[in-house]
Design a protein around this ligand. Sequence first.
Ligand code: GLN
Length: 484
Amino acid sequence: MTTPYTLKQASELLQSKQISAVELAGEYLKAIAARNAAINGYITLDEEKTLAEARAADARIAAGEATALTGVPIAYKDIFCQTGWRSACASKMLDNFVSPYTATVVQNLLDQGMVTLGRTNMDEFAMGSANENSYYGATKNPWNTAHVPGGSSGGSAAVIAARLAPASLGSDTGGSIRQPASHCGITGLKPTYGTVSRFGMIAYASSLDQAGPMAQTAEDCAILLNAMAGFDERDSTSLERENEDYTRDLNRPLKGLKIGLPKEYFGDGCEADVKTALHNTIAILREQGAETVEVSLPQTALSIPAYYVLASAEASTNLSRYDGVRYGHRAAEFANLEEMYANTRAEGFGSEVKRRIMIGTYVLSHGYYDAYYIKAQKLRRLVANDFQTAFADCDLILGPTAPSSAPQIGSHGGDPLKAYLSDIYTIAVNLAGLPALSLPAGFCRNGLPIGVQLIGNHFSEARLLNAAHQIQLASDWHTKAPAL
Ligand code: GLN
């Protein structure tokens, strides 16, 4: 293991000049060359670009103009547009697309002097929960390569677990940061909707999509979020708020913190090893003076149908831009314009993306709009209201991130419904626009990591990160790495 650093450790080594940005990037590139093939976490690498950014970071450090993040390497999910890099969203449709512009969130990190290691694998257009829907092949779980890493930000989670990056960015529409974080034994935060700009993040379901940090620790996520968040006039859903310091509460004692345990999250759907991990976490929280109360989220089961109607509807609209005219794939053979559209889309999209476009188009069509789309919007409100009722009795909610540890590759066996049902604990958070994080909380008897989820009310990121940091000071699951 040559690159075990957390983001904070990497930052300290750079600031104390024990290592240069070029040396640090070189160490990671070497590790990636040796170990990435086993997991297929990175799908695009460009050593020259990485080293050029590292040299610029060293110049900035030498000039005394560095920030704490200058020279720290990071990996980006393939969903973020970045000038000069292929930004394909893991789709054949965008396989030839080199972005002419950079997403605001990536630009914010480049402005800090962070160094791009490469771009990570994902489910095509972020649709999936196992990273098996990628045009570039499945990513494998570094803890056991017969298993999936989760998805859709599977590559971003796997490269942290395999210690091939100290930090990465993911996006979360229905759990895609938290669920792979759980399956790979790392920490990942989905911020309050509107906190991080979506400009330049390729759209899946715009009312749900949100970018967030992924790293070994909650402390690293807090440091990264400070640099990521902020108002952006180029994203109409970006929130105009004062910038906050998300590290401010990391060391706050947990005495008196009220943790809600939703009874619907502790039922039969959740595997025994996951429940054990939850009880381990509850024990740590209680030792530190936190109290637990039972709460209820009665509409939990309805969040899955509501989400898959709304996300598919938005996806069908967002993905209509891939028509072979402006950018991306264009079919080589066609007799007329209509056939050009049809052949382009038939060739460019994978089967899960096509399924979602079909469902979305159906629920938005005349005669079905009221029955499905409007109904799902109403359910979305009920799901959101559940959380507000629960937060009247507690500060944070604790539950599982996923019903089990990472499944075996291929185990959903082409049954999309089975995959959709495994999103049960993550999806409601997106429908309600809330912040939530997943942190490591133990291991399954088969050796795979298990994460648990903390959910907060809008803008409670600092408190969530505080609770997760205190749990991590009292446990060591987040320090464990697979022997890859
Ligand atoms: N698994 C969910 C889906 O397939 C969530 C994906 C996501 O958060 N991007 O839509």
